[in-house]
Write a new protein. Structure first.
Length: 124
């Protein structure tokens, strides 16, 4: 059975696709895995926050795979990791993360009256 973890970005993909060498930021190999898991976890939590129709990791996996959005999901993960390392380790989720989730992955509810404005602004 396939799981969302199968779609997690690897340190080799970060280096080869995005030019981000995680070994520059980590003391050892386990630290790299911890950073990746932490950042991907934040991305997944944000997807849950923006779309209450998604109830499980399997829902996210199915939506990504069935719609051929694997590369967009990798981009999302890279952007969260980049934000974590270079912008804010406290909160790497910013507007660029919301945009990838809403407009590329199509995993965010969009307000029907205000097309193009993602639901982030309506969460209390």
């Amino acid at each position: 059975m396939n799981s969302l973890k199968d779609l997690y970005i690897t340190k080799d993909e970060l280096r080869e696709i995005y030019g981000l060498d995680m070994e520059d930021f980590a003391v050892d190999e386990t630290t790299i895995d911890i950073i990746i898991n932490l950042c991907v976890g934040k991305a997944i939590t944000t997807i849950y926050k923006l779309n209450d129709n998604i109830t499980s990791d399997k829902d996210i996996y199915d939506l990504i795979v069935n719609n051929g959005k694997e590369l967009s999901f990798k981009k999302l993960q890279y952007q969260v990791i980049y934000n974590y390392l270079y912008i804010s380790s406290n909160d790497p989720i910013n507007d660029s993360i919301f945009d990838i989730i809403a407009y590329e992955l199509k995993l965010c509810k969009i307000n029907g009256i205000q097309k193009g404005v993602n639901v982030k602004w309506q969460i209390n």
